[in-house]
Design a protein around this ligand. Structure first.
Ligand SMILES: *Cc1c(COP(=O)(O)O)cnc(C)c1O
Length: 624
């Protein structure tokens, strides 16, 4: 199969954002900076890590992609501003919660000077991080979230010391508290209102916006806040109107509606408060994870450029109608900036489930259901496969029922299950790849699909596949041009039955229950598997379920074709780190060990101690 066909088969052009590709030899490549175009095979990067003694799972970060995303975002807003002769400007802020890793924050902050790029924070911890970064003096630090007096004071003192800090208020109480603390500290605050818009979002997080949103001021509250500030003689501290309709907005209409409403609100407040100068559009800019360009939850029916044009044009036209000077636009796009820049690489450990090449032993005295299942295998044709599959379903139910009631043997049941899978597998050979009822075919595939168990934890590396059934592009890192594909599912090594991935992208939008991979032969072709676009939220939502913890991490810089540098590598969690995090420090465990076994110096006891210490110091994942 040629390279182009392979790309289409795995939908790479649709989801890769231009950062990933397949080469002529069937290897996945990463193009960390599309402007220079230099690329490297992902497996070579992994080899580099293995040479340094690291084992799977790996989390690869690509700071060059982060920088490129920031540039693209600012260029797209810049182009829209030029196209519509927008008199205002744009400056972005990066929402720290989307990925707080130092390597990520520092790469983004390096772009601050060129684009006045700032940070958005939602807690005291994030504020502390933000205040200590080398931001451009013109960059903003936007403070969201509920705030106590310490949060407010720190933000105000940061502002006093020269950082442009905007305090976005979620409640009236916050406004009066900010005015209070500001008076005590002796600084002029910069205040914004978070508006609760009527226009909700769309997609998975639509509840973040709209009437029932957790955050934001209602119209009445905004009027009250303005009055409060006027009465205190500090209305000129009000600089910003902010809104956030939720993350991964898949429908551009929802964005347009929210922007129009917020722009109108901005204009009304601006007529009363001339110091108003920023309109913060929040986050929500989507990522086309499933590559379908649709309104499905994990896609988006618009491009980054379209998003920028719609924001700029709608604000411009509302301001023109209202005869109000257009604001500086801020956006807080996090997902769209970070998603592409991390890649999880896992290695398959075993394949669970029988594949076609193991033949079924049918006992000589098998029950008639088993005989019929075997016969239907031979009788199946393009004309009758559907009927025979339906019959086989009934027969296999009967075998199970018979087993439960005691008149079907263990051997018969085993043969019955295996033959049913063979019937489904056979049926799939009669189905045109594009034809038939997708649901029905998906069911057949799920019945025959073995599970590839991989050395990773879903709860650590891709928590949203479990939490919100997010779909990520997944593909092998080699063998991508092989002709033959077979359906598989993926499992992790946690003992949790939810520790699996069973939503995969489908070219029709939405998702499929199985994924088509080249045959995985652990002896001869043990390809690695990449889970792509995990840079937003996954990197830091991950948890210690089953005490697995972090993967081995590294930042990859591509310098020339096939030449790269690995920096900031860090070893994943060790067993002693994982247990000590939950109140069992390593030293104490060793003391306990010695209390129990210290008196025994037999060779077995010594070896037990060696083994115990070795495991404590080793990584939590399987050694492979
Ligand atoms: C989470 C969040 C963002 C980031 O949203 P994305 O959809 O990831 O761009 C922006 N602003 C606020 C207030 C948020 O809570």
């Amino acid at each position: 199969m040629d390279r182009q066909a392979a790309r289409e088969r795995f939908l790479v052009p649709q989801w890769s954002g231009g950062y990933f590709d397949i080469d002529g030899d069937g290897y996945a490549r990463v193009i960390a900076d599309p402007e220079s175009g230099y690329s490297a095979r992902v497996v070579d990067v992994v080899d580099g890590l293995r040479r340094r003694g690291y084992r799977s799972p790996f989390l690869l970060r690509f700071p060059q992609i982060l920088k490129h995303r920031v540039r693209r975002l600012h260029e797209a807003f810049g182009a829209a501003i030029e196209e519509f002769d927008y008199p205002g400007s744009y400056q972005g802020v990066y929402p720290v919660k989307v990925n707080q890793q130092r390597a990520v924050i520092e790469a983004l902050v390096e772009e601050s000077g060129r684009h006045r790029y700032g940070l958005e924070v939602g807690s005291k911890g994030e504020l502390v991080l933000a205040l200590m970064q080398d931001l451009s003096p013109d960059a903003l630090v936007v403070c969201n979230g509920f705030k106590d007096r310490d949060y407010i004071e720190l933000a105000l003192r940061g502002g006093q010391a020269g950082t442009r800090v905007l305090l976005i208020c979620e409640t009236i109480h916050e406004v009066s508290e900010i005015l209070d603390v500001a008076r005590a500290v002796g600084v002029q605050p910069r205040i914004g209102f978070r508006a609760r818009l009527h226009s909700g979002g769309s997609g998975k997080w639509s509840e973040s916006g709209g009437h029932h949103a957790k955050f934001g001021l209602s119209t009445l509250e905004i009027v009250r806040c303005v009055e409060l500030m006027e009465d205190s003689g500090c209305a000129d501290a009000l600089e910003c109107v902010h809104f956030h309709v939720g993350s991964q907005i898949s429908d551009i209409l929802a964005i347009k509606e929210a922007v129009k409403e917020a722009a109108r609100l901005y204009c009304h407040v601006r007529k009363r408060v001339p110091s108003l100068r920023y309109l913060d559009l929040g986050g929500g800019l989507g990522v086309d994870y499933d590559g379908s360009s649709t309104m499905s939850s994990w896609s988006q029916n618009y491009t980054l450029e379209e998003y920028c044009r719609d924001c700029v044009w709608n604000v411009a036209s509302v301001c023109e109608q209202e005869d109000v000077p257009p604001p500086t636009l801020i956006s807080e796009s996090g997902r769209a900036v970070t998603a592409f820049a991390s890649l999880v690489v896992v290695s398959p450990l075993k394949v669970i489930g029988r594949t076609a090449d193991v033949s079924v032993d049918v006992p000589g005295d098998a029950c008639h259901q088993v005989e019929e299942l075997r016969a239907s295998l031979d009788e199946m044709t393009a004309g009758n496969w559907r009927e025979l599959v339906n019959d086989a379903r009934a027969l296999s139910d009967e075998v199970i029922l018979g087993f439960k009631m005691g008149f079907v043997s263990l051997e018969d049941r085993a043969a019955g299950e295996a033959l049913f899978a063979d019937v489904c597998r056979r049926a799939l050979t009669f189905i045109e790849p594009e034809g038939g009822d997708p649901e029905e075919i998906q069911d057949l595939m799920l019945t025959v699909a073995p599970m590839i168990v991989c050395n990773f934890s879903v709860f650590q590396s891709t928590p949203d596949t479990w939490a919100v059934r997010q779909v990520f592009p997944i593909m092998p890192l080699s063998s991508l041009t092989e002709e033959d594909l077979h359906p598989y599912t993926l499992g992790d090594i946690t003992c949790d039955s939810d520790g699996r991935i069973d939503d995969f992208l489908s070219s029709e939008g939405g998702c499929k229950k199985t994924i088509q991979f080249p045959v995985l032969d652990l002896e001869n072709n043990p390809y690695l598997i990449g889970i792509f676009l995990v840079g937003a939220y996954q990197d830091t939502l991950g948890d210690f379920h089953n005490l697995f913890g972090s993967a081995n991490e590294v930042s990859v810089f591509i310098e020339q074709d096939d030449t790269f540098q690995l920096r900031n590598h860090s070893r994943g969690t060790t067993v002693s780190e994982a247990v000590s995090m939950f109140g069992f420090p390593r030293e104490e465990l060793i003391h306990r060990f010695d209390d129990r076994h210290g008196g025994d110096d037999s060779p077995e006891s010594i070896r037990y101690r060696d083994c115990f210490l070795r495991v404590l110091s080793s990584g939590t994942y399987l050694r492979r």
